[in-house]
Design a protein around this ligand. Structure first.
Ligand SMILES: Nc1ncnc2c1ncn2[C@@H]1O[C@H](COP(=O)(O)OP(=O)(O)OP(=O)(O)O)[C@@H](O)[C@H]1O
Ligand SMILES: [Mg+2]
Length: 257
């Protein structure tokens, strides 16, 4: 099952959600590949691979995505990590949108790469950049499934409405896109968060099989990222482990339908 973790709003919790849902899926015995499609490389850093991010000798998605002759080269970019395998980002990725601007099938390149991989994963999670550009389009086309993290703040509403427009437009050109779940992130205990949780439930629980989850603000999540591991491999115990396990079980159930 392939899943794009997306919300073009910066700081919505995409990377935190990607790494911890990946960690939870691994805890449940799944083989997981995390693809860091964000030129900022935060997932790469959160996997403890920052040395790969600025290694000029290393090929990355920047070299492969725009080149039709390299559509079976994804395996060369995969690295093995303790909890999951990963395709790290690279500082060169900052130029990937430009490199893809004028190529054929520019939104379908990640899909083509995943079709050709020899590796066999139960789940592929793609951490998207904070914009609705061609990289995010690649993630959505390749996965056909999205997990949407969002802060429980009123400023998230417009971002989600715009994202829905983008999903429907991709759907009309490339086929079905399912919203799997909304992961409210950094939820605080206040009136605005309560109102937003209601809004999320109204909007997302109307969609077939889609569920809303609630991740609270916890420094342990920040510290796990600093240590290059998910909350599950981090030494601190956290009550958010159960929430990420619930998300992972929901994805398993969705996939079984
Ligand atoms: N539930 C949480 N509790 C505490 N800190 C959090 C939580 N979720 C995210 N953070 C922190 O907030 C910051 C932004 O989160 P994150 O990087 O996951 O968002 P993002 O959507 O991936 O951001 P970007 O748009 O830059 O890619 C990070 O420093 C992260 O460690
Ligand atoms: Mg991020």
């Amino acid at each position: 099952m392939r899943i794009g973790v997306t919300n073009q709003k910066g700081g919505a919790g995409k990377t935190t959600t990607t790494l911890n849902v990946a960690g939870a899926l691994n805890q449940l015995g799944n083989d997981v590949l995390v693809i860091d499609l964000d030129p900022q490389g935060h997932a790469t850093e959160g996997l403890g691979c920052e040395d790969l991010y600025d290694d000029r000798e290393r090929d990355s998605l920047f070299d492969v995505l725009p080149d039709l002759d390299r559509m079976d080269d994804l395996d060369q970019l995969i690295i093995e990590h303790d909890e999951v395998d990963a395709v790290p980002s690279h500082e060169k990725m900052i130029n990937a949108e430009d490199a893809l601007a004028n190529v054929m099938k520019r939104e379908e390149r990640l899909d083509m790469l995943l079709e050709e991989t020899d590796q066999d994963y139960d789940y592929v999670l793609v951490d998207c950049p904070p914009n609705l550009g061609v990289l995010t389009d690649n993630a959505i086309v390749a996965t056909g499934n999205v997990l949407i993290p969002a802060q429980a703040k009123t400023t998230s509403i417009r971002a989600i409405k715009l994202l829905f427009k983008q999903l429907r437009s991709i759907e009309s050109a490339f086929g079905d896109v399912d919203e799997l779940a909304l992961v409210a992130n950094e939820v605080e205990v206040d009136g605005e968060a309560d109102e937003m949780m209601d809004w999320f439930r109204n909007v997302f629980e109307d969609k077939d099989g889609c569920e809303v989850f609630e991740v609270r603000k916890r420094v342990a999540l920040q510290r796990a990222w600093n240590n290059g591991v998910s909350i599950f491999e981090h030494e601190e115990e956290s009550d958010m482990e159960d929430v990420y396990l619930d998300v992972a079980r929901h994805l398993e159930a969705f996939g079984d339908e």
